[in-house]
Ligand binder design. Structure first.
Ligand SMILES: [Mg+2]
Length: 212
């Protein structure tokens, strides 16, 4: 293709603007929409934690499994763990993987639920920040590559996992009802999830089954 001489100033301006924009973004720590979406790509996606076979984690080299509570294991209205939740956590334990409930919810709610399910917990986890999770992993003495987080929210679970450099299994919400604070996150979650799905960036858990 021959570039017309008259188009050169236009191309020059375009390149300069593009350069200026990327430089500006880098300097001020602004990330583009495309870069932002990349941050939300999970290791795998499932409809719910209950459809994933319990040996999935062990087959993927996981020794510590961080599980979100509200709308991942149970509805936020449930104070006692369901039979289904108790069973799946017990079955995961049997495979040699330690499940730990990691939730932003209050100590009384999370501890009571975790005690009922017979597992350890990290309450007030401050997701999407990863500091509490990183400290918890340090205390446990587990390296990040042996940890996976299961959660239903891009804005909290996936971002926190990214910050802690751990893999994340993203699920859909278990029940329709959400806490009022979660409604805001869902407004942001929905279009990004739609974008990732359209681009084929939500890999089904079956594609990672058995891969280490
Ligand atoms: Mg949740």
């Amino acid at each position: 293709m021959r570039i017309q001489f008259s188009k050169i100033p236009f191309l020059y301006c375009f390149v300069r603007i593009k350069y200026f924009f990327s430089h500006f973004c880098r300097v001020f720590g602004i990330i583009s929409y495309i870069d932002m979406c990349k941050k939300f790509i999970p290791f795998a996606h499932a409809q719910s934690i209950y459809e994933v076979p319990v040996d999935f984690y062990q087959k993927n080299g996981v020794s510590l499994l961080l599980v979100d509570l509200d709308n991942t294991l149970d509805s936020y209205r449930r104070h006692e763990p369901t039979e289904q939740a108790i069973n799946i956590l017990a079955e995961i334990k049997k495979t040699g993987v330690e499940p730990v409930i990691v939730s932003n919810n209050r100590e009384d709610r999370v501890k009571h639920y975790a005690d009922g399910a017979g597992v350890d917990c990290l309450f007030s986890a401050h997701k999407p920040f990863s500091k509490r999770i990183r400290k918890f992993l340090e205390k446990k003495g587990v390296s990040a590559d042996k940890v996976m987080l299961v959660g239903d929210q891009l804005m909290t679970d996936v971002l926190a996992a990214r910050g802690a450099h751990i893999r994340v299994l993203l699920t859909e919400k278990l029940v329709k009802e959400d806490q009022w604070t979660t409604h805001i996150n869902r407004l942001l979650d929905r279009p990004i999830r739609r974008h990732l799905r359209k681009k084929g960036k939500l890999p089904d858990w079956r594609t990672k089954y058995g891969q280490i």
